[in-house]
Design a protein around this ligand. Structure first.
Ligand code: GTP
Ligand code: NA
Ligand code: MG
Length: 298
C-alpha cells in the first residue's frame, strides 16, 4: 500500500483466557451490556465482535470462548487481532487455556495486556498471577519487565477505565493504519445458516470499504451483499477498516477464519467463488490441506 493512502484505523482487540475467568463479563462491563445472561450454561461458544467508542476513539473487540474445546477459534481470534487482552482470574491463577491463549498471541506476534480479574474476591491473589506469568516471559513493568498488568473486577466495573487507557496507549504505539480506498478485504469471524435469511456471516473488514450490493467472494462461497448489520443489529450501508459487520447474500456458509474480497463484477465473483468451491471439495476428498488463498487476488 502507498503510505499516502493509509488512514488511522481502530485497534482490533481480542479477549482471551481460561474458561469462566470473566472475559464476557469484562466485555459486558466495557460495553455496558449483559451478553453473559443470554449464554447457554454461561459458556461462550462463538466469537462475538463489537465496537466501542472511548474518548472519541473507536476500539473493536472480539470475545473468544475459554472452553478447552474451542482451540481453533482462539487461534483464529489471535490472528485477526492487533492486541490481546489475557484475562486471568485472580482466585484461580494461570490455567491450561491461559497458557494456550498466550501462546497463540505470541505465535501471532500480538502484544499482550494482562487483565487480572475477580480482584473483588476474598481469595484473590493478583501477585501470584504475576509470578506465574513471569514463567511465560510476561514480566510486569513493576518488576522490570515490559508487560502491562491491570487489576480489574469485571463484575464491579473496577479497573475498566485504566484497562481502556492501556489499550489506547498500546494501539497508539502500534500506529495502526489501513487503506480505505482499496477493494474491501478481511476475515470471517463466524458464519451460520439462518432459517429465514440463509447464510449469514460476521466479517471483520481489514482494508477498504464494503458496500451493500458489492459482489464478494468469501472463502469458498460468493454472492452479492444483500444487507449489512452492525454489531448492535442496526442496518448499515457501508463498513470500513476494523469494523465488524454481519452480511447476507452468500450462496453458502463460509468458514470462520476464511478470507474475503470484494469484486467489481458479479460474474467474476461467481466464477472465482465456484472455482474455489470445486477445488476445496477436491482437497477435502483427497484430505489434503485447504486450497491456497492466492487465487483470490488474481
Ligand atoms: P467462557 O467464555 O465460557 O470461557 O467464560 P468467560 O471467561 O467469558 O467468563 P464469564 O464472563 O462467563 O464469567 C464466568 C463467571 O465468573 C460468571 O459467574 C461471572 O459472574 C463471574 N465473574 C466474572 N467476572 C467476575 C469478577 O470480576 N468478580 C467476580 N466475583 N466474579 C466474576
Ligand atoms: Na463463562
Ligand atoms: Mg465468555
Amino acid at each position: 500500500d502507498d503510505p499516502a493512502n493509509l488512514e488511522e484505523r481502530a485497534p482490533v482487540v481480542t479477549i482471551m483466557g481460561h474458561v469462566d475467568h470473566g472475559k464476557t463479563t469484562l466485555l459486558d462491563g466495557i460495553r455496558k451490556t449483559k451478553v453473559t445472561d443470554t449464554e447457554a450454561g454461561g459458556i461462550t461458544q462463538h466469537i462475538g465482535a463489537y465496537q466501542v467508542e472511548e474518548g472519541g476513539k473507536r476500539v473493536t473487540f472480539l470475545d473468544t470462548p475459554g472452553h478447552a474445546a474451542f482451540t481453533t477459534m482462539r487461534a483464529r481470534g489471535a490472528q485477526a487481532t492487533d492486541i490481546t487482552i489475557l484475562v486471568v482470574a485472580a482466585d484461580d491463577g494461570v490455567m491450561p487455556q491461559t497458557v494456550e491463549a498466550l501462546n497463540h498471541a505470541k505465535a501471532a506476534e500480538v502484544p499482550i495486556i494482562v487483565a487480572v480479574n475477580k480482584t473483588d474476591k476474598e481469595n484473590a491473589n493478583p501477585d501470584r498471577v504475576m509470578q506465574e506469568l513471569t514463567e511465560y516471559e510476561l514480566v510486569p513493568e513493576a518488576w522490570g519487565g515490559e508487560t502491562i498488568f491491570v487489576n480489574v473486577s469485571a463484575m464491579k466495573g473496577e479497573g475498566i477505565d485504566e484497562l481502556l487507557e492501556m489499550i489506547l496507549l498500546v494501539a497508539e504505539v502500534e500506529e495502526l493504519k489501513a487503506n480505505p480506498s482499496k477493494r474491501a478485504q478481511g476475515t470471517v469471524i463466524e458464519a451460520e445458516l439462518d432459517k429465514g435469511r440463509g447464510p449469514v456471516a460476521t466479517l471483520l473488514v481489514q482494508g477498504g470499504v464494503m458496500n451493500v450490493g458489492d459482489p464478494i467472494v468469501v472463502g469458498y462461497t460468493y454472492g452479492r451483499i444483500r444487507a449489512m448489520m452492525n454489531d448492535v443489529g442496526r442496518r448499515v450501508k457501508t463498513a470500513g477498516p476494523s469494523t465488524p459487520v454481519e452480511i447476507t447474500g452468500l450462496n453458502d456458509v463460509p468458514e470462520a477464519g476464511d478470507q474475503f474480497l470484494v469484486f467489481a463484477d458479479e460474474k467474476k465473483a461467481k466464477q472465482i467463488g465456484e472455482g474455489r468451491a470445486v477445488r476445496a471439495k477436491e482437497a477435502r476428498r483427497r484430505q489434503t490441506s485447504r486450497v491456497s488463498l492466492d487465487d483470490l487476488y488474481n
